[in-house]
Design a protein around this ligand. Structure first.
Ligand SMILES: [Zn+2]
Length: 507
């Protein structure tokens, strides 16, 4: 038995007063975060001096937000080194003494210390659990780390905060009944929740995030349970492999010839129309009115339900795929690059040529609606539970390469049909792509590739370079590579010309 950390989500059943209290917390926490961010920004801009004093940077304590470089890993935004960043009115708080050595504290350290003072002075802060306030600053710190180290955007001022966080071991599980259980959330009290898991397995509760979505409240707990995850099968013991090709027309083409339909959760004509109508109605309402708030609440509820439906659909698809074979091969897609907007085309006279931007936007919407990344994550998790390896392969030319003669040509594919211009081999284009992907994993099935992979007994392992392992997140390729589109733009037709007219879109 090994200890595994899993994130479990539960729906909370808070009372009316608890809901009000949590909403108030979120408002205060949002202000708190924005204030802390502004304090750091001002400290950075003015060198923590008067505005008239010119900014002088000490050697070794310098950073550049343009090139995202922190010299000596010390940025005024995250660490108040001498004359930089946040230094509170009473300087003593910025200093940390350990064993007689005086040290500068980090910006978050200083701001966390101030929270105690805030809680004494302002009742809205006094109501909030002190650790929740500190985690709020820690989340801002994480946003800065993402900015410096992981290429994410500069931390923004938030217009709405949707979640707050508890430190490990703070949330306690109370009585457990069949349909519900009670959690103790410090500062809020005992909150009922829908019990959808076996809570008796929980050995330890780590960090917990309380969040709101569509007017409902949820708790996301990182719990430690003792569970036996099976050992992953070594690649040479794998008896069968299944390749999957994700797409827009069919959500998934499986290499056994079957498909998972794309139901287009939010972009099917009916839902898209309904969302458009509700959105338009909401924007027409008077600004700041109760009716406007009500209308937007309706929209968030609808979107929340749609998200749940996609989640369920993807779980089903993932489970179906993982059950098919001993190993799963999938493309290593860079989805972020695939949904970039069309680049403008200059005509050389100061104007622009047509670049299909509207069509690309429509396609991007459909791609995002599929939730490929989410599907890959679900497959990865189910595969871990089943002890099956998931292997990500290079997607280059997977839709153009002929499986028989290996001929690569753009003209091999026309819409859903695949016809090799070299040898005349013909097949459904998506199925063919999935078979190519299964082959790239490095395990080739003798003769009949049409047979169900699970059924064919013999497998000839072919030696290839070590395939890349998949982590639960869909990482981009290690080396920055250009993403090839898996399908022709021409294959995608814009929904309905009549509709665009009716809604006055000039697309
Ligand atoms: Zn061919």
């Amino acid at each position: 038995m090994i200890q595994v950390q899993i994130r479990w989500n539960f729906k909370l059943k808070p009372t009316k007063s608890q809901k009000i209290q949590m909403s108030q917390w979120l408002t205060t926490l949002r202000k708190h975060r924005n204030y802390a961010l502004r304090e750091r920004n001002i400290g950075f801009d003015t060198n923590n001096q008067d505005i008239d004093t010119s900014v002088v940077y000490a050697w070794g304590s310098w950073c550049d937000t343009e090139s995202r470089t922190e010299y000596g890993s010390c940025c005024p935004l995250t660490c108040p080194v001498i004359k930089h960043g946040v230094v509170p009115r009473d300087l003593g708080k910025a200093l940390k003494t350990s064993k007689g050595v005086v040290k500068w504290d980090s910006a978050s350290g200083v701001q966390m210390k101030v929270t105690t003072q805030l809680r004494h002075e302002i009742p809205a802060f006094g109501n909030i659990n002190s650790d929740v306030l500190q985690r709020n600053i820690a989340k801002l710190d994480a946003a800065f780390t993402n900015f410096w180290k992981h290429g994410r955007g500069y931390p923004r001022y938030l217009r709405a905060l949707k979640s707050f966080e508890y430190k490990p071991k703070q949330v306690k599980i109370g009585s457990i009944k069949d349909s519900y259980a009670i959690f103790y959330l410090p500062g809020i009290g005992n909150v009922k929740m829908h019990n959808s898991r076996d809570l008796k397995l929980v050995k330890d509760v780590r960090t917990c995030t309380v969040k709101t979505s569509g007017g409902y409240w949820f708790i996301s707990m990182l719990v430690e349970i003792s569970d036996d995850l099976p050992q992953e099968k070594p690649v040479n013991e794998v008896k069968s492999v299944v390749g999957i090709d994700v797409g827009v027309n069919k959500l998934v083409a499986v290499s056994d010839g079957s498909f998972v339909e794309n139901v287009r959760i939010t972009t099917n004509s009916r839902t898209a129309r309904r969302l458009a109508i509700r959105q338009r109605a909401a924007s027409r309402k008077l600004k700041g009115s109760k009716n406007k708030a009500k209308a937007f609440k309706k929209i968030t509820r609808t979107k929340h339900k749609l998200a749940l439906r996609r989640e369920g659909y993807n779980w089903q698809a993932a489970s179906k795929i993982v059950k098919t074979a001993d190993a799963i091969g999938r493309e290593d897609l860079n989805i972020k690059n695939m949904v970039k907007r069309a680049k403008p085309k200059h005509d050389g006279k100061g104007g622009y040529k047509k670049n299909g931007a509207s069509r690309k936007t429509g396609l991007n919407k459909v791609i995002l609606d599929c939730g490929w990344g989410d599907l890959f994550n679900k497959i990865a998790w189910l595969a871990v539970k089943a002890g099956k390896p998931v292997i990500a392969v290079n997607p280059k030319h997977s839709s153009q390469e002929c499986p028989q003669c290996g001929h690569v040509d753009k003209n091999n594919r026309s819409g859903e049909k695949f016809l090799c211009t070299n040898c005349g081999h013909t097949e459904h284009a998506d199925t063919k792509a999935s078979i190519t992907i299964a082959k790239r994993v490095g395990l080739v099935f003798p003769k009949n590739k049409r047979t169900l992979p699970a059924d064919c007994g013999k497998v000839t392992p072919v030696k290839t370079s070590t395939p890349k392992r998949v982590e639960s997140r869909n990482h981009a390729c290690e080396s920055p590579c250009t993403q090839l589109s898996l399908f022709d733009l021409t294959a995608y037709t814009v929904v309905d010309s009549r509709k665009s007219k009716r809604y006055g879109k000039n697309s």
